[in-house]
Ligand binder design. Sequence first.
Ligand code: SAH
Length: 238
Amino acid sequence: MRSTSAIKLLSLIFLLGLPEATIPQVLDADGFVEERVSMVETQIEARGVNDARVLESMRLIPRHLFIDESLWPRAYSDRPLPISSGQTISQPYIVALMTELLQPDEHHIVLEIGTGSGYQAAVLSKLVRWVYTIEIVPELGQSAEGTLKRLGYDNVTVRIGDGYQGWPEQAPYDRIIVTAAPEEIPQELVEQLKPGGRMILPVGSQRRGQDLLVLEKDQAGNVNTRQTIPVRFVPMVH
Ligand code: SAH
């Protein structure tokens, strides 16, 4: 598969008469394009995530650049990966599923709780107007901010703090995504959601287990919550 597509591309390059110097770039801009394309096809689309914008963003964002270089060979594998401070970056499928459930739109202002590596924020930054993201561990927040800036995701603002309280100064939000699990739904976050807004969050304990919830607030401010799948996130510090 790999060699067939490479041969096709090479033939195209020769047909078009492109200089040979462009060959590596055309084949693979950052060395992991094929891994990302395959990750999207086999881990994400195969499990039923089919929002074209979400898939495109997942094909685009260089997941390996959000983790330690020693883990690059596993960057596009079907599992969560360690980042520093004992935290983890979610499995690609879970990032894709949560992003799809969020129903992001290019006009949206989004709040993320649990910046971690900054990967989820980067995926969202391609799909919405602005991402505000809060991380409680200062070293993680600072490192994510550096990565996001270096890679040019300039519609993301990182803040160090306790996300349980939300970010009232920028509220209300069209969408809220929580990537650490509280034991109960944080009411402060519900209050900071716009009418017509939506929040995706894992809720539960390590012992009882957690469920991924979709919470919707209608125009009158009524809240409706439904469970999707069981998940396993790091606990939200509270
Ligand atoms: N979204 C991240 C992964 C998140 S891991 C990514 O794409 O890499 C969960 C993160 O939530 C951890 O970094 C943890 O430190 C953070 N966290 C836990 N409790 C928090 C709280 N109360 N406020 C903000 N961040 C919190």
